[in-house]
Ligand binder design. Structure first.
Ligand code: ATP
Ligand code: MG
Length: 386
């Protein structure tokens, strides 16, 4: 893991100097010093009044509602004056943890700046209201495209999938290797990869992120939080969080991208319930690799590309964290892979050697069960740490 030298401005976007974001881990630097010249061009997060938020969302009307997650409800809005399209997340006030996540999200996204991280435009902390205002991502989340495809939505082709994987890996590389101290994302999953114009991927939701180990420490200890199916086994068992926990989650996302299957699918039983459990035996035999490829691709992918992508995924989801690659190596491999464009006109579709066994995809938040047992809106967390 590389440490980015702390150079350039020492004042963060909230106007505070070298503020540690983590009440547990003292910070020796700050994330956000990570743009190439050591300074960030990021525009400071704005503050909004609740009246402005209500005006932007037409009073949080049903037609503005676009989804709901652990933090609360999400609305599409339009800012008065600029008419800029935004996504507004309103904290569910019944969840105590949300307030901490709100603060971490604002601090992290005010300091971090990378083309593959979602832009926080501002926030509202008016009275007991807590809202986050993001750049609106027209194409929604990767999860929407992979697992909840609408009839009018095109199937993600192989090239787009590799582009998304490489971009998401770059976002993670920034957090791990360029931010100082490193940031452990902790909540990498398909619903947190938002897609902009041209399927440009951006990581979102930093409420669970932690500043990574500093000095000689190899891990930070924390209460286990995250989403089932994405959580590295050693982290789930010991609560010891390392950068390699994120690499494991990335491997699960990459497997979802390749296979079109969910990390955890409650509509399936046996070893098909958990994607990694299902895929691991197949990794051992190259001839079985086509069985992992998403049937909706109808064989339209490059054989070598599939092998290489699966080899990367298999390395990332290894049980032993020290056997998993550094995210920088994953970026190198995926950048190469995404540059190798598949052309269905000139390259023949692979002949599927398998019987498609993927039942119709089902929509359901119930599949996304968090480690703390909650489903849907994230509820209170009693631990002081985040
Ligand atoms: N900036 C954005 N632009 C467009 N849509 C967004 C934006 N942020 C979130 N959404 C949409 O809002 C919905 C809810 O997102 P949210 O992040 O609150 O929950 P989640 O990621 O599904 O679950 P979790 O809370 O467990 O992370 C998702 O369907 C997502 O696509
Ligand atoms: Mg999310």
């Amino acid at each position: 893991m590389g440490w980015f030298p702390c150079s350039g401005q020492s004042k963060d976007k909230l106007g505070k100097k070298n503020r540690s974001l983590d009440p547990v881990e003292p910070s020796s630097g700050k994330p956000g010093d990570a743009s190439k010249d050591g300074s960030s061009n990021k525009i400071a997060a704005r503050t909004f009044t609740f009246r402005e938020m209500a005006a932007a969302t037409k009073n949080f009307r049903g037609e503005s509602f676009i989804g709901e997650g652990g933090f609360g409800r999400v609305y599409k809005g339009q800012l008065e004056g600029t008419s800029q399209a935004v996504a507004i997340k309103q904290l569910d006030r019944n969840g105590l943890q949300g307030n901490r996540e709100f603060l971490v999200e604002v601090l992290m996204l005010s300091l971090l700046d990378h083309p593959n991280l979602v832009n926080l435009i501002g926030y509202c902390a008016d009275g007991d209201q807590r809202l986050l205002v993001y750049e609106y991502m027209e194409l929604g989340s990767l999860e929407d495209h992979l697992h909840d495809p609408m009839p009018d939505k095109a199937i993600l082709d192989w090239n787009t999938r590799m582009k998304i994987a490489a971009g998401a890996a770059r976002g993670l590389e920034y957090l791990h290797d360029k931010a100082s101290p490193p940031v452990i994302y902790r909540d990498l999953k398909c619903s947190n990869i938002l897609l902009g114009e041209g399927y440009h991927p951006m990581l979102s939701d930093f409420g669970l992120a932690k500043l990574g180990p500093v000095g000689d420490n190899t891990h930070v200890s924390t209460r286990v939080m995250g989403t089932y199916g994405y959580c590295a086994p050693e982290y789930a068992m010991t609560g010891q969080l390392t950068l390699k926990s994120d690499v494991y989650s990335f491997g699960v996302v990459l497997l979802e991208i390749i296979s079109g299957r969910k990390a955890v699918d409650n509509s399936k039983s046996g070893n098909e319930h958990n994607l990694v459990v299902w895929a691991r035996p197949l990794f051992k035999d190259k001839r079985k690799f086509p069985q992992i490829a998403d049937p909706v691709l109808q064989g339209q992918y490059p054989t070598r590309g599939l092998y290489q992508a699966l080899a990367i995924a298999a390395m990332c989801v290894q049980e032993q964290p020290n056997l998993r690659p550094m995210i920088a190596d994953v970026v190198t491999a995926l950048t190469y892979l995404s540059s190798q464009k598949y052309d269905s006109e000139t390259q023949p579709a692979q002949n599927p050697l398998w019987k498609p066994c993927t039942p119709p995809r089902t929509k359901g938040k119930g599949d996304k069960k968090r480690i703390d047992g909650s489903v849907g809106p994230r509820r209170e967390q009693t631990d002081n740490r985040f």
